[in-house]
Design a protein around this ligand. Structure first.
Ligand code: TTP
Ligand code: MG
Length: 394
């Protein structure tokens, strides 16, 4: 689970806390000149339609008795530091993203602090007690949904989006609420008759790439509830990948699988060396005409075995209709977690989960031998027939 914590009307609330006369009043934190813009508006002022970035003269037209307070950034920075310190008491994986908001990865914290809801309530209580401020918290299995959730019940809200509700939620989530969808993307969405995030599923990967470029694949993932972006903190690296430029272009399935296996083994080994598990696997295919596609999927559980990575990569390649020969193939993993952190296992592990755990034991043994004697000592039987590719890892 990921939490997104966002302070309510941050600068304005700090001013209201420090000056009781300002409590309950429509106020803005802003400069006093004609050209000033509003930094933030108290919730009382928002009732008049005043919001951040609005020119001050316009705010005064909407609410003539508006109180204008000059900001004190140094004071807000001090409060921000204290807020981040409170969050760090619950997990080391805290990623501040602005002066008043942060993501927290709370996987593994449940035994110590309780359910996501209980953790959120404890945070709210501590922030209120120690700083006299309120915040809104969103909880979801993925980052972008946690961010959207924190905005749903503002101020002083808590919204939880469970795994089983994600599909339903995405179906009716207005596309404009999706982080990264700005004015330009919105115009394209309207032209394509895309109203909700769920509508993105109607578009083929080719159309998405053509209309939205690099963002196309991300939109496709988000529409399936997948967000590989990890919460920063200890694990900041975004991905590990390995790709092979082939000596000759290939199209036969057996050859493709052989290359995927080589990449998966390399990636798996790098992953295990770092002591990490991953939750997302991707593939990259460059065709003979130099066009390129990438595909990705969330794994069903946290994995580090080369076999699990390979299986996911094969599934992804199988979904691509291959009409052109391939000149480069790559496998990547992302969304990491430290192996030493306790993971919540399924109550009844499915056979794949058990098989993956067994493969991980085999992998660790193989890694140990490779570390001692070099990379050519052990290879999977399928790889030993042909190994004249060039592997590049990133
Ligand atoms: P936000 O979290 O965007 O706004 P907020 O905390 O005031 O209100 P909300 O309850 O909706 O979260 O921004 C945090 C602070 O950053 C805000 O209090 C003031 C500052 N800020 C600016 O100075 N200019 C801006 O345009 C925005 C959006 C924020
Ligand atoms: Mg805020």
């Amino acid at each position: 689970m990921i939490l997104h914590v966002d302070m309510d009307a941050f600068f304005a609330s700090v001013e209201q806390r420090d000056n009781p006369q300002l409590r309950g009043k429509a106020l803005v934190v802003s400069g006093h000149s004609k050209r000033s813009v509003v930094s933030t508006a108290s919730y009382e002022a928002r009732k008049f339609g005043i919001h951040s970035a609005m020119p001050l003269f316009q705010a005064l037209q909407l609410c003539p008795h508006l109180t204008i307070v000059s900001g004190n950034r140094e004071k807000y920075v001090q409060d921000s530091k204290k807020i981040m310190e409170i969050l760090s008491q619950f997990t080391p994986l805290v990623e501040p993203v602005s002066i008043d908001e942060a993501y927290m990865d709370i996987r593994g914290c449940e035994t110590l602090f309780g359910s996501p809801q209980q953790i959120a309530m404890k945070i709210k209580h501590q922030v209120a007690q120690e700083l006299g401020l309120t915040c809104s918290i969103g909880a979801a299995p993925v980052r972008f949904l946690a961010k959207i959730a924190s905005d749903i019940n503002k101020p002083n809200g808590f919204t939880l989006i469970n795994e089983e509700h994600i599909e339903e939620f995405i179906k009716i989530l207005p596309i404009g609420k999706v982080p990264g969808v700005g004015k330009r993307a919105m115009a394209t969405m309207t032209a394509l008759n895309i109203q909700f995030l769920g509508d993105i599923k109607r578009l083929t990967p080719e159309v998405l790439e053509r209309k939205f470029g690099k963002m196309g694949q991300r939109l496709s993932e988000l529409s399936q509830g997948i967000d590989p972006t990890p919460v920063g903190g200890c694990i900041s690296r975004k991905s590990i990948s390995s790709e092979i430029t082939l000596p000759q272009d290939i199209i036969a399935s057996a050859e493709i699988k052989q290359v995927l296996l080589a990449c998966a083994q390399r990636v798996g080994r790098d992953l295990r060396k770092k002591g990490w598990l991953c939750r997302h696997v991707s593939i990259k295919i460059k065709f003979s005409d130099f066009t390129q596609i990438t595909r990705g999927k969330k794994t069903t559980s946290w994995v580090s075995s080369s076999k699990a990575i390979y299986d996911e990569a094969v599934t992804l390649v199988d979904r691509v209709s291959l009409k052109k020969k391939i000149r480069l193939l790559g496998v990547g993993v992302s969304d990491f977690m430290d192996e030493s952190k306790p993971i919540q296992m399924s109550l009844i592990p499915d056979p794949t989960e058990i098989a993956n755990a067994q493969w991980e034991t085999v992998d660790h043994t193989v890694d140990a031998v490779l570390d001692k004697f070099g990379t050519n000592v052990i290879q999977k039987a399928t790889l030993s027939r042909r190994n004249n590719f060039q592997i590049e890892s990133t």
